[in-house]
Design a protein around this ligand. Sequence first.
Ligand code: IPE
Ligand code: IPE
Ligand code: MG
Length: 238
Amino acid sequence: MESSEKKIPVHVSIIMDGNGRWARERGRERVYGHLNGVESVRAVTEESVAQGVRYLSLYAFSEENWNRPQEEVGYLMGLMMKAISDEVDNLMKNGVRFVVLGNRSRLDASLNGAIDRLMDMTRNNANLTLIVFLSYSGKWDILQAAVKMAREAAGNPSLLENLQPADFDRYLVTAGIPDPDLIIRTSGEQRISNYLLWQGAYSEFYFTDIMWPDFRKEAYRNALAEYARRDRRYGKVK
Ligand code: IPE
Ligand code: IPE
Ligand code: MG
């Protein structure tokens, strides 16, 4: 899905990687990189609004990231909490709807409360939907969707007849959100790290060596320009 002329992706998703290395290169603690990464989030959010991207999703914390040292996990959750309170005015001013997706049961009650309040406050904003994937993993999402579907099918076996992939979409946490057209990963790593495994089936991938805290508007515009040059064939012949 895209507007035919400028080929602006409807949904851009970013695996924000390289914060720790960015900080270590500067002789600082890893968390200093996370702190500076917040400014990159602000930059790509603003630029998404400016470019007419409708959905921007950010991989902020994976299910696997719970295995990091407790201190770093605590810092990241605190940063999320702080960003939520700091960014309210900016989100309202830019008409941004804020959504968090992931295994919310693993987040603490105060963070869940703050997330719910911000989601509620921004729910009618229509310029951009900003999705933050928190405690998310692709396999977790597919499994929880399969469990939901199995429960429904137990009371209604006809549900499974002639089941199509699109029928499964509505059980995923991303129900109602178009699949990402473009997935960007920063920091030079070229892997999916258990991100949008189902939804990314036909996404274009863009890898850059730039570390997340250095990924600002110009770097983002370069990624969008590269996307505009891609030829998406979906298995067909031109
Ligand atoms: C991305 O940066 C942020 C999260 C995964 C939370 P990293 O913390 O993974 O930084 P590197 O990859 O170790 O440099
Ligand atoms: C992926 O980054 C997860 C997020 C960006 C939130 P990681 O840095 O955790 O991924 P790996 O460990 O390099 O695969
Ligand atoms: Mg990393």
